[in-house]
Design a protein around this ligand. Structure first.
Ligand code: HEC
Ligand code: HEC
Ligand code: HEC
Ligand code: HEC
Ligand code: HEC
Length: 267
């Protein structure tokens, strides 16, 4: 079982690294490709160059998330060190029938290992061993406030509220993408998808994924224990950053006309 799941990933890793696939529909060159950030802005890119060193450039896209060996089980061959599961504020409301949830779990931890701002973006279990990269000595986190991280936060430049940098070398404001550990203001995650008895106002996903999760025909899916997680709505490899496929970045389906929401919610 396990070997059968891992082999395609390894093959894909090898294929993508050697062929160097680029362009629409792939993670390469997207905001989830952390390699070569500093160089990317020169020539042709809509953005300017990223200034200075803020994290290690391992010179390969996949390694910030995957490793061929000794990965963590939260996602396939997962290479990132995870956040502590203490300290989160989780969604709550009187009508939240499938909650409350104590802490995030499963594949959501994979996302939060960058997006909650407690783990540096280059903090991986296995670093590249056989090609050259140099330690940048600084390891920034995607935290929304700079001061809390001893000035090692991406917010130093990427948040207007924190001052940011303006002018010719202006960095885009990314603060909305820095979720923090306060998940009260985000769509609930890590709860079991409600059956008809728990909440009759939800469409039931018809397909069995075989891994403890279920799926709708359009790709919206639950994970182990039939839980809703970040990757339920998001496809981490599928950028569509220029919206050419009519989909917001990294969403599994378009949310035009609330299509994404109405996949699950009946109202
Ligand atoms: C930003 C983090 C991140 C990066 C970078 C990344 N992946 Fe993934 N990858 C994931 C996550 C999370 C999953 C699990 C997705 C799921 O189960 O829904 C995954 C799953 C996979 C899978 C299993 C099949 C699938 O799609 O579920 C393959 C194969 C894969 N990744 C290949 C790659 C390759 C090759 C690269 C580099 C070109 C890469 N990934 C870069 C996060 C990443
Ligand atoms: C290796 C670190 C890393 C991991 C792991 C990661 N992300 Fe991201 N993500 C980023 C960065 C960096 C950005 C771009 C931030 C910016 O705009 O400056 C981003 C941006 C995004 C965006 C916004 C894209 C846009 O253009 O508006 C979404 C959505 C997103 N990530 C979802 C996820 C989900 C879901 C997961 C887990 C399945 C995940 N990410 C895991 C680093 C990561
Ligand atoms: C010293 C200021 C500074 C810091 C700190 C900084 N950046 Fe940037 N970054 C920039 C500038 C300037 C650009 C280019 C203009 C733009 O796209 O915003 C940029 C560009 C980017 C891009 C766009 C790349 C592209 O071509 O799409 C991403 C994503 C990004 N930075 C993520 C991060 C992350 C993640 C961190 C923290 C680990 C970080 N930045 C820290 C200044 C900074
Ligand atoms: C129920 C579906 C759903 C779940 C679950 C979900 N997201 Fe999203 N996410 C969305 C949608 C839809 C958008 C686009 C919002 C917009 O454009 O207004 C989005 C936007 C984002 C963005 C871009 C910033 C923004 O607010 O526009 C990031 C980063 C992100 N999600 C990360 C995550 C992470 C990390 C998790 C898990 C902790 C998660 N998402 C869980 C549906 C979801
Ligand atoms: C994967 C299925 C799924 C998708 C897609 C989805 N939701 Fe949900 N949503 C849920 C579940 C499950 C709950 C928890 C319901 C409960 O247990 O009461 C929930 C809860 C909520 C709640 C809180 C309700 C309460 O009782 O406090 C709101 C608001 C909400 N969703 C809005 C949205 C919006 C807006 C979208 C589209 C951006 C969306 N949802 C997409 C499954 C989904």
């Amino acid at each position: 079982m396990r070997a059968a799941r891992l082999t395609p990933l390894l093959l894909a890793l090898v294929a993508l690294v050697t062929v160097g696939v680029a362009g629409a529909g792939t993670i390469i060159g997207s905001r989830h490709d952390l390699s070569h950030f500093n160089q990317r802005g020169y020539g042709g890119s809509p953005t300017g160059p990223m200034q200075g060193f803020t994290f290690n450039d391992y010179r390969e896209a996949c390694i910030y998330c995957h490793t061929p060996h000794n990965g963590s089980p939260v996602a396939p061959l997962w290479n990132r060190n995870l956040s502590d599961t203490v300290g989160y504020s989780m969604y709550s409301s009187p009508n939240f029938n499938s909650g409350p949830v104590a802490a995030p779990d499963g594949i959501s931890l994979a996302c939060l290992s960058c997006h909650d701002g407690t783990v540096a973006v280059d903090d991986v279990r296995n670093k590249p061993q056989y090609h050259k990269w140099s330690d940048s000595q600084v390891h920034y986190k995607m935290d929304a406030t700079d001061a809390a991280r001893g000035s090692e936060s991406c917010a130093k430049c990427h948040s207007r509220a924190e001052g940011g940098i303006g002018g010719v070398n202006a960095a885009h404001d990314a603060s909305i993408r820095y979720l923090t550990q306060n998940l009260r203001d985000d769509h609930p995650i890590s709860m079991v998808y409600p059956n008809r008895r728990v909440d009759p106002q939800f469409h039931q996903p018809p397909l069995d994924k075989g891994d403890g999760g279920r799926a709708f025909e359009n790709g919206i899916q639950t994970y182990e224990g039939n839980k809703v997680q970040c990757a339920t709505c998001h496809d981490i490899h599928n950028p569509d950053e220029d919206n050419s496929e009519g989909r917001d970045p990294f969403l599994r389906v378009s949310n035009q006309g609330s299509a994404l929401c109405l996949t699950c919610h009946e109202k």
